[in-house]
Every structure is written in C-alpha cells, then in structure tokens.
Write a protein of this length. Structure first.
Length: 621
C-alpha cells in the first residue's frame, strides 16, 4: 500500500502521474518505483495504453478505479470509439488485468497500421504556463499525444516535440515528468500554414473523442452513407460514386496533408482504407481516418439524430397492391428496381410481386402513405386476370368489378375482351391436355424400361424432364420403387496381401535409398513409389498387415534420423568434389540450419573431426 500518490489533473496521462510520483518519491531507481506501484518490476512505461492497472488501483487503496484511470487518463476512449463493443471490452480487460508486451497495440492493429504512432511526447507552451499557475507544475496532456495532432485543441498553437520517446523500445521502465524536459532539446515540426485550419479541426475532433465515452461502431457506416447520399455521392441504386468522392476528398485535404497523416489514397486501387470505411467493411480502420471522414462530411461526434439511410423508397420489403391477391397490402416484395426519370431526374421505382402484379411510381417517398401509392400498373399478372374471369361469371356491374379489383370500369371493360383473358383460358386447357398426354407416355415408357431393364430416363428423356419440371408431385407418386442391389462380399486373404505389400515396401525403400539426393523415408513417400493398387493399403488397412506394420516401424525415419542421413550424404558429396569439409559448407550442402538437435549436432561434429583427422594423416603421409 502506497503512502501517497499525486492527484491526477484533467486530461493528464497516467504516464505523467507516475513520472511525477517517481520524482516526488526521491527514488533513484525507476524499477523500484514501478515495483512499488504495480508489485511487478517488468511493467513498461507505456504512455498511451498502459496495462496491469488493477494492481496499481489496489496499491493506491482504490484512490482511483481502473475505469477512471483507463477512460480519463489513457488514450483508450480514442482508440475504442469505432470498435465493436466486444472488442472494446476485450481491450479494457487487457489494460486492467495485464497482457503480454505489445498485445493491446497488436489487437488494435496499431503495429501493422500505416498510420504511425507519434514518435516523441509533445506539449503546448500555453498549457505549461496555465498549468503552472493553476496546479504549480506542468504535466503531459493526453490530447497532445494523439496521432495526426500537431496543434493544441485549446490554444490552437503548434505543439512542441520533445526528445522523450513515446515508444518503450529504448527505455522500457523510464517515466519522465514534463518539468524535467529541457527546452533547448525541444523543437516544432514544420507544417504548411495552408494546413493550419484543417489540422486544428483534426486536433479538436480527436480531443472530443477522448472526452466522449461512447461506441459509434453499430451505426457509423449507415450514418456515413446517409451523409454521402445527401452530398450526391450515392446513386439511386445505392452505389457509391467513388471516383468523384475520392477526388473531392483529396482536394479538400490536399494530397500532401494526407501523406503527412499517412492517409494517402491510391487512385488506381479499388480496395484502399477509404473504400473499406465507406463500404462498411469491418477491418478496424484507424480512428484518425474516421476523423478525416467526419470533417469532410461535416459530422459531429456522438450526434444522436442522424435519421435513416436516405433511400428514395425507404427500406424493404414493400407491399403488394394487387387487390385480387390474398396478400394484398402485405409487405412481401423484397426488391425494387430503381431508374431515373428522363425529364425530371427523379427516381422511379418498379415493384414486382410473385403473383405477377407489377407497378411503378415516381419517388422519393415522403410519407408512409406514399408506400401504398401506384403510379402506373405495368402488368396485372395471372392472379388478377383469373379473379377478373371469376367476376365476369357473376352478375356484377363494371363499377363494382373495378372497385373489387382496384381499377376503373374502363380497365375492367378493356381486359374483359382482352386477348390475354382469352389466351389464359386456352393456355390452361392446353397445359392440362399436354400434362395428361405426357403422363400417359411416361407410364408406357416406365413399363417398357422395366421389361428391358434400362433407365426410363434413357428410354423417354423428353417426357421425363417435362413431367419432372411441371408435375413433380405426380412423378414422385408414380416412380418405380428402387431395387436394392446387394453387393457380393469379397473374402480377402490378408496374410497373402501382407506379403505382397511388404514386398512392395522393400522395392520402394530401395528406390528411395538410391536417389541422388536423399528423400525422407515416410509412409506417404513409400506409397508414392509403390504400385497404386498396393500403396493405398499403407494408409487404409495397415492394422490388418502386421508384418508390414512392424517393418515400417523400423525403416520410417524421424526428423533427426533424416537430418543425420543428409549430413552423411553431404559429407560424401563434398569428398567427391574434393572440397574441404568446413562446417558452414557441410550445413549448406545438407540444407540444414542451426540450432541442431542434440544427436544431429553430435553427428555433425563427428564428421568434421573425421575429416580433420583424415586431412592431417594425408598431409603427414
């Protein structure tokens, strides 16, 4: 339990608080301070996303909770803003419980991201002055250490880059307080004055992300598409005009500024980070890239009333407006085909139901009532025509028929004598007539096929396929019962087969041992060098071949045995080539790398020693 710990100031990094604690404690060893705080000397001085905070809170006698430290004094809220809730929770647990070195950064994709972490810790001169007056000492601000931030979001002045590395690569356990930074070792990084306003916006947006503890992942991609649509970057069919969008985005920020931020977009590439964000692909894009898109679209962080995706006819499914159908007014149309009106440019939606009823209307829909509006009926379909035929058999007026069918009396009159009405009844009669004829022919061919023992499909392919497509239920009822064919069991003499396979293994072994370059003797390699009808038994029936199984145990090589045989082969080859057997040359010829296993290393040393004895004897002789 610690006797004291400095109060953490607003927007202060936990790293900064630990650095001030170490300075106040008077301890000479940084590791000792780390141990006092975490009960562990191996906790690194991570500036942005520290871990093992549960143990720190315990030693602080719960002066701060882990949640307070993570959300108010690290960069967690910045990096978790656009993560799924599950992933954000996982990151939180790793920071609280502790994790292997670099695990949090790897999980967030920061190690492989082209958007690099800031190299040095940074500060604002005006902030130092204000903090010294208010708190009697300066401290490291979180909002100054974010990627892509070059200006102070409060004073809008350019940040000063120190020589204190953010990375723990060169000083794993070193915590440096801002008060100890030498001003002559700090410098500004030159940025073009033309970028000032945009960089200040980036700093302000990034700072807001630290303050807002929320997760925008769920709806963010729908929100992007809504605003892109309002700006005219999405077609009426929902496709993104990427060429136009990327051109405007690059002109808005400038190619050079995007390069400075490591957010370049390759114009010839259709799978850049920008495409993935706009398409809504779950690839864990860097928060800085979301910030850029927010600024470009004029979005505010944590804005609640975004509205629905601005589709001209709303979200499907859509209602069928066929009054003659049993599903009238029910939402069963799953797709809408959208075109543009050639004169006005307004979207025109065409809706087609499975009952054959097809209608269209000009959009966009401005109210729920518009969803049930018909602009033009393109096709009535068989269900409507059949219902009209039924009403024509009844003693009803044209007006009543029109009311029941959802059309005017003239339309009823037109389609009563319409060729389609006549053809439909004729088609139904013809279809039934053809169905009966094909059924009869199928039954005849079925009997003939059974008599001559061939497939009915081969005998009468045309009728079989027609009935299969148009009358399958009847076909299933009239199919002949399949005859069960009993296979004769074959008795295998496994003792004899064991001898044959064993003989094949011997032959394959000789082939492998006579190869110019050694191949490892494995069951798979042996079976490849055997006759096909014999080699397959090594994989399938080895348990029934006891002699072969025991022999394979003797000849199949382990990795060590194979490496030793390669060393022997390499030594012989070098002797033939009259090369002196140096260690590196022997390993290269054998295709091996160090470290070697114990038995292989012993053989390697023996071969070198034998050659040296041989060489010294030859020279002395």
């Amino acid at each position: 339990m610690l006797a004291f710990f400095p109060t953490l100031f607003p927007d202060e990094l936990l790293y900064s608080g630990i650095a001030r604690y170490h300075l106040m404690s008077g301890s000479f060893a940084q590791k000792q301070s780390v141990y006092n705080l975490f009960d562990n000397k191996l906790v690194c001085s991570t500036a942005d996303l520290p871990t093992h905070l549960k143990y720190l809170c315990r030693n602080l006698n719960n002066l701060y909770t882990a949640e307070q430290l993570i959300k108010n004094h690290t960069l967690y809220t910045y990096y978790s803003k656009f993560l799924t809730k599950e992933k954000a929770k996982h990151i939180f647990l790793l920071m609280n419980e502790g994790s292997p070195y670099g695990a949090v950064h790897i999980l967030l994709g920061l190690v492989s991201s082209s958007v690099k972490l800031p190299r040095y810790l940074r500060y604002c001169k005006e902030c130092i002055t204000e903090d010294t007056v208010r708190y009697n000492e300066p401290y490291w601000h979180r909002s100054h250490q974010l990627p892509g931030v070059y200006f102070c979001p409060i004073h809008k002045s350019e940040l000063i880059h120190t020589n204190i590395l953010c990375s723990t690569r060169d000083h794993k356990f070193k915590f440096v307080p801002l008060i100890q930074v030498k001003k002559n070792q700090s410098k500004k990084r030159f940025v073009s004055p033309n970028w000032r306003d945009l960089l200040i916006k980036i700093a302000e947006y990034s700072s807001q992300m630290l303050k807002n503890d929320g997760n925008d992942y769920t709806d963010i991609f729908k929100i992007y598409r809504t605003y892109l649509n309002k700006r005219g970057y999405i077609t009426v069919r929902g496709r993104v005009r990427f060429k136009h969008l990327i051109s405007d985005f690059c002109n808005f920020f400038s190619i050079d500024l995007l390069a400075l931020l490591n957010c370049n977009i390759e114009h010839k590439n259709n799978d850049t980070w920008f495409h993935k964000i706009v398409r809504g692909e779950n690839t864990g894009s860097h928060p800085l890239r979301h910030v850029l898109l927010h600024i470009f679209l004029g979005l505010k962080l944590n804005q609640q009333q975004f509205g629905q995706l601005d589709l001209p006819f709303g979200q499907g499914p859509w209602p069928c407006l066929n009054k003659a159908a049993g599903h009238f007014m029910k939402n069963i149309i799953s797709a809408v085909y959208i075109t543009r009106d050639s004169k006005s440019g307004s979207p025109v939606g065409t809706f087609k139901c499975s009952c054959g009823f097809e209608y269209s209307r000009k959009g966009p829909d401005n109210s729920m009532e518009d969803r049930y509006r018909i602009g033009r009926i393109k096709s009535f379909g068989p269900v409507w025509m059949k219902k009209l035929n039924q009403y024509n058999q009844q003693d009803l007026s044209l007006r009543e028929k029109g009311r029941l069918l959802g059309v005017d009396p003239l339309t009823v009159k037109k389609y009563t004598n319409h060729p389609l009405q006549k053809y439909q009844s004729i088609d139904e009669q013809n279809h039934q007539k053809e169905k009966n004829g094909r059924r009869e022919r199928y039954l005849v061919s079925k009997k003939e096929a059974e008599d001559i023992n061939i497939s009915k499909r081969e005998l009468n392919r045309e009728d079989y396929i027609w009935v299969y497509k148009h009358d399958r239920k009847w076909l299933e009822q009239n199919k002949p019962k399949s005859k069960r064919v009993l296979k004769k069991s074959v008795i295998v003499d496994w003792q004899e087969r064991d001898k044959v396979v064993l003989n094949g293994v011997n032959k394959a072994l000789k082939i492998l041992l006579n190869e110019n370059k050694p191949k490892r003797i494995t069951i798979s390699e042996l079976s490849r060098n055997m006759e096909e009808n014999i080699g397959r038994f090594l994989h399938r029936c080895l348990n029934k071949l006891p002699n072969t199984r025991e022999y394979l145990k003797l000849i199949v090589e382990t990795t060590e045995q194979y490496q030793i045989r390669r060393l022997e082969w390499a030594a012989n080859e070098l002797k033939k080539e009259s090369f002196k057997i140096h260690g590196w040359r022997l390993l290269k010829k054998a295709g091996l790398n160090r470290p070697l296993k114990e038995r292989v290393e012993t053989k390697y040393q023996d071969l070198i020693a034998e050659h040296e004895i041989f060489e010294s004897g030859r020279l002395n002789g």
